[in-house]
Ligand binder design. Structure first.
Ligand code: PGA
Length: 256
């Protein structure tokens, strides 16, 4: 259901990161469904820790809310202690999965090549990958933002063909804006997003590029979301801190 002039459906995703016990997750879902049973034209996604997915599935299964994991492993099954496959995520009710978040890249050595394998595994299992990219402050200050984004797009989506592109969601998340309280301005974000769409068009063609939804992430809050979403190439938000509180999450979903 399109709700911006481009025809792309907006997508707002909560990234809970390593937060919430089972009880807290359950309470969040109950409060959300009580106060905001339907996010309308927005695709609303909750990316919860693996441990909370099952309990969230039982509450959200017959609702418009979608469930995401924050990572996956690319192999289908086997001796990979600690890992979770794409099929397991589908089994527990996920429709989306975050891939290549900067916290995984910085803290756990994830590379573009690993992201590419994860994207392929997710697509094969029928999941929508939310692929995160973004530059550091040093890279921005050195004028390298576009080069970094180009490298990340080319390598993280290396195995994708044009026909799968409509299922991809990109999360543009400049590292200097994540968890800092300093959001990119709508103009800075739009500039990056429109460059990303240009890159997508060069590699996969205009039609595929127009179908990809690009979320902005980095200190989005209920006060900043409307101005961001008003930009032509910003199709959604990936929200960490401000998504943990149910009132704040509802304000984000009902920003317009
Ligand atoms: P933040 O996190 O909203 O807390 O800045 C965003 C993210 O890391 O996805």
């Amino acid at each position: 259901m399109p709700n911006n002039p481009s025809g792309r459906q907006s997508i707002i995703a909560a990234n809970w990161k390593m937060n919430k016990t089972l009880e807290e997750a359950g309470q969040f879902a109950d409060n959300l469904l009580n106060r905001c049973p339907d996010p309308g034209t927005i695709e609303a996604v909750i990316a919860a820790p693996f441990t909370a997915l099952s309990t969230l599935r039982s509450r959200l299964r017959a609702t418009p809310f979608r469930l995401a994991a924050q990572d996956l492993f690319w192999e289908p099954a086997g001796a990979y202690t600690g890992e979770i496959s794409a099929a397991m995520l589908v089994d527990v009710g996920c429709s989306h999965v975050i891939i290549g978040h900067s916290e995984r890249r910085q803290g756990f050595g994830e590379t573009d090549a690993m992201a590419d394998k994860k994207v392929s595994a997710a697509l094969q299992a029928g999941l929508h990958p939310i692929v995160c990219i973004g530059e550091t402050l040093d890279e921005r200050q050195a004028g390298q933002t576009f080069d970094v984004l180009k490298r990340q797009i080319q390598n993280s989506l290396a195995s994708c063909s044009a026909d799968v592109m409509p299922r991809i969601v990109l999360g543009y998340e400049p590292l200097w804006a994540i968890g800092t309280g300093v959001s990119a301005t709508p103009q800075q974000a739009q500039e990056a997003h429109s460059y990303l769409r240009e890159l997508l068009a060069q590699r996969w063609g205009t039609e595929a590029a127009e179908a990809v939804r690009v979320q902005y992430g980095g200190s989005v809050n209920p006060d900043s979301i409307a101005a961001l979403m008003a930009e032509e190439d910003i199709d959604g938000a990936l929200v960490g801190g401000a998504s943990l509180d149910v009132d704040s999450f509802i304000q984000l979903l009902t920003y317009s």
